[in-house]
Write a protein that binds this ligand. Structure first.
Ligand SMILES: Cc1cc2nc3c(=O)[nH]c(=O)nc-3n(C[C@H](O)[C@H](O)[C@H](O)COP(=O)(O)O)c2cc1C
Length: 358
């Protein structure tokens, strides 16, 4: 069992510096050293969205498998779906190391990786030889030195659409200068329109993957309303809420709390869930939302679903608990849904804000 594996491997991996530990985890997955975990399947866990059948709603968030080196071994760890990237058109090294920090006392991570990745051609080559079992999202970013940001998303969308079950425009990482400014309404509308255009030109209508936008948790109310307008305008098929935060709650205890970059993990749970709840209201429950940020239990996942998420994702909690967590979250979700009389995830989506549903 994965859980048992992590009981001895976890402490060893965590003795390494964070980035080395991450590399070790990728290599272990690639070489088959990590035993697969069962994908929990239960009628109440199944989610049908965008013509896709998600066996369960728990996905791996972007940033772990930036180069699509191990999507299938990751799917074998029980995730309902896996998102690879962020990938940029050209390879780039990212920021100087160290650029990833464990805030152990806070069950959190700070990272300022800066989209280190091997570029879209390397990713396309890997995905082209994949068997296509299991749902895979591709998260797109822009190169640090690209002036015309939209051109990078156009390139990424056109090149990787054939291999993606869904695509994500990521404009919310705090570690690429100017990136988050793309969330401003004027820029965003153009960016989304151009990316959509490139996608439509590159793919048959019948094979075109849904296009999602991933947003920051640090947006103010006015920004959220504008983004909701763009999203409801029809060019987007969903939103991912949220990326890491540049905020630093007073409550943080770790010596690494003041490192610059994006904070993820437990302290992100409340702020990202608030933005999710707000987005569900602003989009009137009409647009599928993926809830991310600080999930480390079945109850956390359930709170996101009740706040408006049709699917959830996680990353940071895996650093502390290992992939055995995925199975535990799914088993707890089955129990929580049954407790509250929901026959499916879909029935529970936005249950805390029923009044706003159509
Ligand atoms: C080390 C690290 C790297 C990340 N890289 C990316 C990335 O490349 N693209 C992206 O959209 N999100 C990235 N994220 C953000 C996660 O996908 C997720 O939105 C965030 O960590 C909140 O979820 P969590 O609290 O479960 O970790 C990264 C997060 C971490 C910890």
């Amino acid at each position: 069992m994965t859980t048992d594996y992590y009981r001895w491997a976890g402490p060893l991996i965590r003795k390494l510096p964070p980035e080395a530990a991450h590399r070790a985890a990728i290599l272990a997955l690639r070489s088959g050293l990590v035993p697969p975990a069962p994908t929990v399947e239960h009628p109440s866990l199944e989610v049908n969205l965008w013509g896709l059948r998600f066996p369960n709603p728990v996905g791996l968030a972007a940033g772990f498998d930036k180069n699509a080196e191990v999507p299938d071994p990751l799917l074998g760890q029980g995730f309902g779906f896996v998102e690879v990237g962020s990938v940029t058109p050209r390879a780039q090294p990212g920021n100087p190391k160290p650029r990833m920090f464990r805030l152990i006392e806070d069950q959190a991570i700070v990272n300022r990786m800066g989209f280190n990745n091997q570029g879209m051609e390397a990713m396309a080559a890997r995905l082209a030889v994949r068997s296509r079992a299991g749902i895979l999202g591709v998260n797109l970013g822009k190169n640090k030195d690209t002036e015309d940001a939209a051109a990078d998303y156009e390139k990424g969308a056109a090149r990787l659409a054939p291999y993606a079950d869904y695509l994500v425009i990521n404009v919310s990482s705090p570690n690429t200068p100017g990136l988050r400014a793309l969330q401003n309404p004027d820029q965003l509308a153009t960016l989304v329109r151009r990316t959509r255009g490139a996608l439509d030109t590159a793919t048959d209508l019948s094979k075109r993957p849904p296009l999602l936008l991933k947003i920051a948790p640090d947006l103010v109310e006015g920004d959220l309303a504008d983004i909701a307008q763009v999203a409801l305008g029809g060019a987007l098929d969903g939103l991912i809420v949220s990326n890491t935060t540049v905020a630093r709650p007073e409550t943080l205890l770790s010596v690494h709390a003041r490192e610059s970059g994006g904070l993820s993990g437990a302290p992100l749970f409340d702020p990202s869930t608030q933005v999710l709840r707000r987005m569900f209201r602003l989009t009137k429950g009409r647009l599928p939302l993926i809830g991310v940020g600080g999930i480390s239990s079945g109850l956390d996942a359930y709170v996101k679903i009740r706040a408006g998420a049709s699917l959830v994702q996680l990353y940071s909690a895996l650093v502390y608990a290992g992939t055995g967590l995925v199975e535990r979250i799914n088993r707890d979700l089955i129990r929580l849904l049954a407790r509250d009389g929901f026959a499916s995830i879909a029935e529970a989506v936005g249950a805390d804000q029923r009044a706003v549903r159509r």
